[in-house]
Design a protein around this ligand. Structure first.
Ligand SMILES: [Ca+2]
Length: 160
């Protein structure tokens, strides 16, 4: 008769563990950060307060995230909806020494949705929803815009 309570306790522990793992993905991380939304394998949040680009990236890092990187049309459309088509910082910036754009989270710059005539090379920080919803523009980094942060979730574990 002694084995039964032990078996029950073991199953409860295993069940809690599995349940927690599922919840982590659904609730955008083990801390269930309020206001963050699932977007593919990322958690994202729109911050409407207007700040310069470098401050936006710094504020994202305080939330254990980066300015969002965008790698496909589905994500671009989702971010446009999330931001209500208001101009926002996303994580693209041009390296002055080589002229290439990078994402502040270190991922590949493998997708673009430039507005017609952009990038025009006059500035190096990337804003979205310029001129038309969802399109991108390289603009002055000291402009003050809202911003979108993102962090990756992988099987319930947070990766930064
Ligand atoms: Ca421009």
């Amino acid at each position: 008769m002694m084995f039964r309570p032990i078996l029950v306790i073991t199953l409860v522990i295993l069940g809690l563990h599995e349940g927690n793992t599922g919840d982590l993905v659904a609730q955008c991380g083990p801390l269930s950060k309020p206001g963050w939304s699932d977007l593919g394998s990322y958690c994202v949040k729109y911050f409407p307060n207007r700040v310069p680009f470098d401050q936006a990236e710094m504020l994202c890092r305080r939330e254990s995230s980066h300015l969002i990187s965008i790698h496909d049309r589905v994500t671009n459309d989702a971010v446009q909806r999330l931001t209500l088509s208001k101009m926002v910082w996303i994580g693209g910036i041009k390296l002055p020494n080589c002229g290439q754009f990078i994402w502040t989270d270190g991922s590949s710059f493998d997708y673009t949705n430039w507005a017609p005539g952009q990038p025009d090379g006059r500035s190096i920080c990337l804003q979205m929803n310029w001129k038309t919803p969802g399109t991108w523009d390289d603009t002055r980094c000291h402009d003050e815009l809202g911003y979108v942060c993102a962090f990756k979730i992988d099987k319930g574990c947070r990766q930064y």
